[in-house]
Design a protein around this ligand. Structure first.
Ligand code: ADP
Length: 465
């Protein structure tokens, strides 16, 4: 069985969030079961000298315009990744947009990417294309429209991002008006790429069992709950995992002192060094951390509303986040007011590892969370997750059950519930024996992709049968 995994970002080539982690770790785990390789766009910030130019070259035609495509390649962890290089797709400074917002030509950029991925699948004689999120959602449509003998699986990593464009997009990506109706791409007078993945795929998955149920409801369905209900027979929720060799406190090159659950004193030394560096005093105080995108989804409204009460506790709080300016500005006054709060604005992979290693508790007050990886990474580094019990967070963090991971769970996304959760965390920290039990239990949990890769493999077999 040959599989082509298709995503807009794959670690370590390009990453803005969890999709890239999954693009790396799931594919690596799947390579134990199937012949698999990946395809992603070649972006302008990538260095052509690092990648090998492939002999594969072709053109794709969308809306009567021919776009030349050449392919680059790289190998990592035994998996080959192909990169689609094409003028419009690869010309932009960033992946999806910059400080002025999303790129206006993302429809054609990712249209080219999808058409090229299908062409590549033909060259590679793939049996299945596994497409992910709206950036590759046109793949199942292009495959069905061309009546190719290739099956498609589509995974929704975050329903909040759907790739919605003006009606004129349809012509630009070369699709007939017949696709502009409710049961195809039309979405309130616009064109919705994600719908293509839902409708035309042979199998449909999302990244946790709870999120698979949630997205069928008005509250979490982002306007697509009706469509998803119509396709729920083929919808399955499979929990993500992490690459335990990348997120491994025992040999993480980013840490000053690697450690295991047997050498937790060294975790404390990581904390000491990082706190000194960022200017947070008193290492004995519980250190709360948060590593996130500054967007509504991640619960920043609840956090900001709670900050005065939270920061008056005898704690330190270190936040690493990048994203919307409005949240950055809303956080600034608290940085000025409280010495026990440091906000590092930006995206920094190595620093994030050091913060995971230094924390006592990780905050994840997300309003919704398809799966979430931070809580698994934190647990692996012996940092106890405090989560709002939604989506994949609910499936992977437990307060009352001895299940992986153990943490603090609050069920209402409110300031009151959040602050009560903080109080429970502080009580736990005071009970040193129980606190250490949580840590060592979590550090022994299996968060690898092994089990979930088998579930995907079974689905691949099912769609081919
Ligand atoms: P999402 O994909 O919604 O951003 P996930 O929890 O699935 O959330 O994955 C987030 C990934 O991105 C994790 O690997 C996390 O450590 C990383 N990450 C998020 N924000 C930052 C940041 N500001 N700096 C470094 N890494 C970050």
């Amino acid at each position: 069985m040959r599989v082509l995994f298709c995503a807009s970002e794959i670690f370590a080539y390009a990453k803005s969030g969890g999709l890239a982690d999954v693009g790396h770790s799931l594919v690596k785990a799947l390579s134990a079961h199937v012949k698999i390789c990946s395809v992603m766009p070649f972006y302008a910030f990538m260095d052509k000298n690092v990648y090998q130019q492939s002999s594969i070259k072709f053109s794709v035609t969308l809306g009567g315009i021919e776009y030349k495509v050449d392919i680059y390649e790289a190998m990592a962890d035994g998996v080959k990744t192909y990169f689609v290089n094409s003028s419009i797709l690869s010309a932009t400074k960033c992946m999806y947009g910059d400080e002025n917002g999303a790129y206006a030509n993302n429809d054609i950029r990712f249209g080219i990417f999808c058409a090229a991925a299908v062409e590549l699948a033909k060259v590679l004689q793939a049996d299945i294309i596994h497409a992910n999120d709206w950036h590759s959602a046109l793949v199942p449509l292009f495959v069905k429209r061309a009546k190719l003998n290739i099956k498609t699986l589509f995974t929704i990593h975050n329903l909040a991002y759907q790739g919605v464009f003006d009606k004129s997009s349809l012509a630009r990506i070369g699709l007939e008006d017949a696709y502009f109706h409710m049961d195809a791409l039309e979405f309130y007078g616009k064109v919705n790429f994600l719908k293509a993945g839902v409708i035309y795929s042979d199998a449909l998955t999302t990244v946790s069992p709870t999120y698979a149920k949630e997205i069928l409801t008005k509250e979490f369905g982002c306007g697509l709950e009706g469509l998803l209900n119509a396709h729920k027979e083929k919808l399955v929720g499979i929990l993500n995992g992490i690459d335990e060799s990348i997120f491994n406190p025992q040999n993480d090159a980013a840490l000053c002192r690697p450690y295991s659950y047997e050498t937790l004193q060294k975790k404390y030394e990581n904390k000491k060094e990082l706190q000194k560096e960022v200017g947070l005093r008193d290492v004995k105080k519980p250190l709360f951390i948060m590593i996130s995108r500054l967007v509504h989804q991640k619960g920043f409204d609840i956090l900001i509303e709670s900050l005065d009460d939270f920061l008056k506790e005898d704690i330190n709080f270190l936040l690493l986040a990048n994203g919307e300016d409005a949240y950055r500005q809303a956080l600034e006054p608290y940085v000025q007011k409280y010495k026990n709060f440091k906000f590092l604005s930006g995206y920094d992979e190595a620093l994030s590892h050091r913060i995971y290693a230094s924390g006592d508790f990780l905050l994840m007050p997300s309003l919704f969370e398809p799966c979430g990886l931070n809580q698994m990474i934190a647990a692996r580094y012996g940092t106890i997750p405090i989560i709002h019990g939604v989506g994949g967070l609910k499936d992977s963090v437990h307060e009352k059950k001895m299940k992986c991971a153990r943490g603090i769970v609050f069920s209402q996304p409110t300031k009151k519930a959040f602050l009560l959760a903080i109080k429970r965390a502080l009580r736990l920290k005071k009970d040193e024996k129980r606190f250490n039990e949580f840590i060592s239990f979590n550090m022994k949990c299996d968060f690898s992709f092994k089990k979930s890769a088998v579930a995907y493999y079974e689905l691949y077999k099912k769609v081919l049968s």
